[in-house]
Design a protein around this ligand. Structure first.
Ligand SMILES: CC(C)(COP(=O)(O)OP(=O)(O)OC[C@H]1O[C@@H](n2cnc3c(N)ncnc32)[C@H](O)[C@@H]1OP(=O)(O)O)[C@@H](O)C(=O)NCCC(=O)NCCS
Length: 152
């Protein structure tokens, strides 16, 4: 079995964004693989094109990718001010590999990043994975409301 490789990208993930770099800085169409991973396994992130994925990466403080050989099998990102507030976004593991501890690895890697680990509050939004996040220290928030202003 091929080894797992977890990558903490530089802020904005320039190598992944511009060159599609994966493990060992090899150009292996990382952006195409990210688009496919999201398309297939992240119901809220379908239809994202390369141009907008590049923008998304550029504005992310922390970007984590998880690989098995040349296959991109996990992804997660966060935005953070480094002190007070951070938000986790787009946490996903390939469907056939879920339930094996990989999602936990991705979230733990995000939470241990220097730009998030001292942050006062870390937020996330989830439709049906709340039990997964509770195992990682997140709690229901009953005293606040989630408000959304959508473009369409
Ligand atoms: C949610 C997701 C990232 C979790 O990743 P995963 O690799 O399947 O989860 P893990 O195997 O690391 O699970 C870690 C722990 O959480 C538990 N867990 C995972 N998903 C769970 C769920 N939906 N409900 C309850 N517990 C869950 C596991 O049993 C495991 O517990 P253990 O450590 O006691 O064995 C993954 O299932 C996924 O990509 N789902 C589709 C995309 C998605 O919905 N992402 C969340 C967006 S907010």
């Amino acid at each position: 079995m091929q080894r797992l490789k977890l990558i903490h990208h530089a802020p904005g993930a320039p190598g992944l964004r511009f060159l599609g770099l994966g493990p060992y800085f090899l150009p292996i169409q990382g952006l195409t693989k990210l688009q496919k991973l999201l398309e297939k396994h992240a119901f809220w992130a379908t239809g994202r094109n390369y141009k907008n994925l590049r923008k998304l990466l550029a504005k992310s403080t922390i970007v984590i990718t998880l690989w098995r050989g040349k296959r991109l099998i996990g992804f997660g990102r966060a935005t953070s001010d480094g002190v007070y507030r951070a938000v986790l976004w787009d946490i996903v593991v390939a469907g056939d590999l879920q339930g094996q501890g990989l999602g936990r690895k991705v979230v733990e890697a995000l939470l241990s990043s220097p730009s998030i680990k001292e942050v006062e509050r870390i937020y996330l939004m989830t439709t049906n994975s709340d039990e997964f996040y509770k195992q990682l220290g997140f709690k229901n928030c009953n005293h606040q409301k989630l408000l959304i202003r959508s473009k369409s």
